[in-house]
Design a protein around this ligand. Structure first.
Ligand SMILES: Nc1ncnc2c1ncn2[C@@H]1O[C@H](COP(=O)(O)OP(=O)(O)OP(=O)(O)O)[C@@H](O)[C@H]1O
Length: 216
């Protein structure tokens, strides 16, 4: 879409050019480039150690770049890259003594952003991941898959256009994978972008693939 005047409001494009990242003093990624616009999805594949998590962490701003550029076109001056993304790591990052609802309320408050019509209330987000019945249960008493589903519900309570998902299906049963596929489809329909590192099919329609590891 060359003319910004034709872009719908909220349109964004993530652009990555010539990215290089090191872990433990060793170059893991080099010369990496791609772009992703509103509504699009990218699946990152590669063997263990290929650099999938490294790429997501670098995009989230959690690892320094050796070189290269990461930019989000369409962002306003007030929008820092970190405020435009959610990073779902391997760890769920939940507070064990708090209930599912309290975790989501904490998260929404912590991010402290202006309400967005695309953000869901905690109760609704829990409904969307099929956990409304466990809303008041302390997270410490939930299974690995239930915790993963709460971590996914966190993506819904504050709308952010770019989802960086590291093995999002880990610990999910078949029904939860179907729910996740639906959530990702809806996020894209709202103008969101998804980059997911995975070893498994995610049910993402028309997703492009970035295969890492040829030189690592
Ligand atoms: N904390 C760390 N310190 C040093 N090196 C690390 C660290 N984490 C990962 N690495 C190295 O970086 C390389 C890429 O790891 P990364 O976790 O990005 O791979 P991955 O493709 O996500 O693997 P997996 O499929 O096993 O999750 C590996 O060679 C790994 O040994």
């Amino acid at each position: 879409m060359p003319d910004s005047g034709l872009r719908p409001s909220g349109w964004r494009r993530l652009r990555v050019d010539d990215l290089a990242v090191a872990r433990g003093g060793r170059r893991v990624l080099a010369g990496l480039g791609f772009s992703l616009a509103s509504g699009e999805a990218l699946i990152v594949t590669g063997r263990n150690g290929a650099g999938k998590s490294t790429l997501l962490r670098a995009l989230a701003g959690l690892l320094p770049r050796l070189s290269g550029h990461i930019a989000i076109e369409g962002a306003t001056e007030a929008e820092e890259p970190a405020t435009l993304l959610h990073y779902l790591a391997h760890a769920d990052g939940l507070k064990a003594p708090l209930s599912a609802r309290e975790n989501l309320e904490f998260w929404a408050q912590f991010l402290g952003e202006e309400p967005d019509r695309r953000s869901l209330a905690p109760a609704e987000a829990l409904e969307r991941v099929g956990l409304a019945h466990l809303s008041e249960t302390p997270v410490a008493m939930l299974s690995a898959g239930q915790k993963r589903r709460i971590a996914l519900a966190r993506l819904l309570v504050v709308f952010r256009p770019l989802w960086l998902l590291d093995e999002p299906t880990s610990a999910l049963d078949a029904a939860s994978r179907v729910r996740l596929a639906r959530l990702m489809m809806e996020h894209r329909a709202l103008g969101g972008m998804i980059i997911a590192a995975t070893h498994e099919p995610l049910g993402l329609e028309d997703a492009r693939e970035l295969a890492l590891g040829a030189n690592s």
